[in-house]
Ligand binder design. Structure first.
Ligand SMILES: Nc1ncnc2c1ncn2[C@@H]1O[C@H](COP(=O)(O)OP(=O)(O)OP(=O)(O)O)[C@@H](O)[C@H]1O
Ligand SMILES: NC(=O)c1ccc[n+]([C@@H]2O[C@H](COP(=O)(O)O)[C@@H](O)[C@H]2O)c1
Length: 370
């Protein structure tokens, strides 16, 4: 896996060597051996060093050097052993989350060449829980696209959903595998420019947003050297965070964002903010005036107050969420019985921001659904 699991070797062992364990981990102080999945009749062993990870992260942060995943590693992915023989599996295909261990940056919907070389290429990144993804998450990209077209000199060349890692431990966070699958289902047929990047979701550790944006910068500007402008030249792509106003509001709350991360996100990358009911946008931006040239505020002309929290609340109460979230996602939730019960097994450490933002509260379930 890129950056986090820099593989040093790719060794196959006979099945009998490991008995019948499906996941097998050997740890020493400096080296970890992970056996992600059985690939009958052999297990694939993936050794990697913790120390290399630190070096890789440093390189990524500072854009020094190049961290390449060896091609042989990508191509020798273990076959899936738990195939879901459903319509959804057909949709998710081989790119389903079951193959998360073999991370490859998705670029199949990235524009290869700009339509207008005089513009600045722009890539929109929405970081979030997406537990589950709603139509508003998708609408954010559409609203941003319209805003960019009519108000700026940017040209959007693609958009990514980046579901947060399980390590975020937020209340109501379904397993990353499910959240990624739902995001993929939501965009599969519905978009020709949105993609789901699993780099963050795959990470066993929480990745701060500044680092996530660095990852995109690395993939698009360092590895792919930007985009062809149409006049023979390649242009660097402006990476920007796409977020709701509630997220920006947390930027002035003490302890939520590191000062250097804010400077990195708003100074180097910039952000497109979608208005959200319940959040005073002027108040949210008051402490960020230093970065105002890099902050674009998008009005929600048709207010949509749907949130993942409200969706989970409906599901917990056995109410339908049809037409609030994409149909394949409704089907996926039913098939996997998600959000039906209080699902807090991995979410006992709740962040302080859980019940604000006018999203509805899972703990005060009497609110807003009557
Ligand atoms: N109705 C909405 N209006 C504006 N922005 C939204 C809306 N719903 C989600 N967003 C934005 O989408 C991004 C991803 O958010 P996230 O996955 O945390 O969704 P959420 O619906 O706010 O989740 P939850 O209710 O679980 O906290 C955030 O930047 C958030 O502000
Ligand atoms: N310090 C940080 O980098 C930081 C702080 C708060 C939220 N976030 C990100 O914002 C997104 C949405 O978070 P919430 O669902 O908590 O609003 C997540 O992707 C999360 O990683 C990042």
């Amino acid at each position: 896996m890129l950056m986090r699991h820099l593989p040093l070797a790719n060794i196959e062992f006979p099945l009998e060597s490991f008995g019948l364990f499906r996941n097998y981990h050997l740890r020493t102080t400096t080296t970890k051996f992970a056996v992600p999945r059985p690939s009958p009749p052999t297990y694939r062993i993936r050794p990697y060093c913790r120390s290399t990870r630190v070096v890789a992260q440093y390189s990524l942060r500072s854009n020094i050097g190049r961290i390449d995943q060896p091609d042989h590693w990508r191509k020798t992915s273990a076959p899936l052993t738990h195939r879901r023989g459903t319509k959804l599996q057909a949709l998710l295909g081989e790119g389903g989350l079951s193959e998360m261990d073999n991370y490859v940056f998705p670029d199949y919907r990235l524009k290869r060449k700009m339509d207008d070389p005089s513009k600045t290429p722009l890539l929109l990144i929405a970081c979030g829980s997406f537990s589950p993804i709603t139509f508003l998450h998708l609408r954010m990209f559409i609203m941003a696209g319209d805003y960019v077209k009519h108000n700026t000199n940017f040209e959007v060349i693609g958009g990514y959903l980046s579901p947060v890692s399980d390590a975020y431990k937020k209340q109501g966070l379904a397993a990353a595998e499910h959240r990624v699958n739902m995001c993929k289902l939501a965009i599969d047929k519905a978009s020709n420019w949105l993609m789901v990047d699993t780099w963050e979701a795959e990470s066993p550790e929480y990745q701060p947003t500044a680092l996530v944006l660095d990852h995109f910068d690395q993939e698009v500007n360092i590895k792919r050297k930007g985009i062809e402008a149409g006049d023979g030249e390649r242009k660097p792509v402006q990476i920007a965070l796409l977020a709701g106003a509630d997220l920006i509001q947390t930027m002035s709350q003490p302890g939520v964002w590191a000062e250097k991360d804010l400077d990195h996100i708003l100074g180097k990358f910039g952000t497109f903010i979608v208005e959200r009911s319940g959040t005073d946008i002027d108040e949210a931006l008051a402490s960020l005036t230093n970065y105002r040239d890099n902050i674009y505020v998008i009005q929600q002309l048709i207010q949509n107050d749907v949130s993942s929290t409200k969706i989970r609340l409906f599901l917990k109460r056995g109410m339908s969420v049809q037409y609030l979230i994409p149909a394949p996602v409704v089907e996926y939730i039913e098939q996997n019985k998600l959000f039906a019960e209080e699902n807090r097994s991995s979410n006992t450490n709740l962040p302080a921001t859980n019940t604000e933002k006018g999203k509805g509260s899972e703990t005060t379930a009497s609110a807003s659904t009557n």
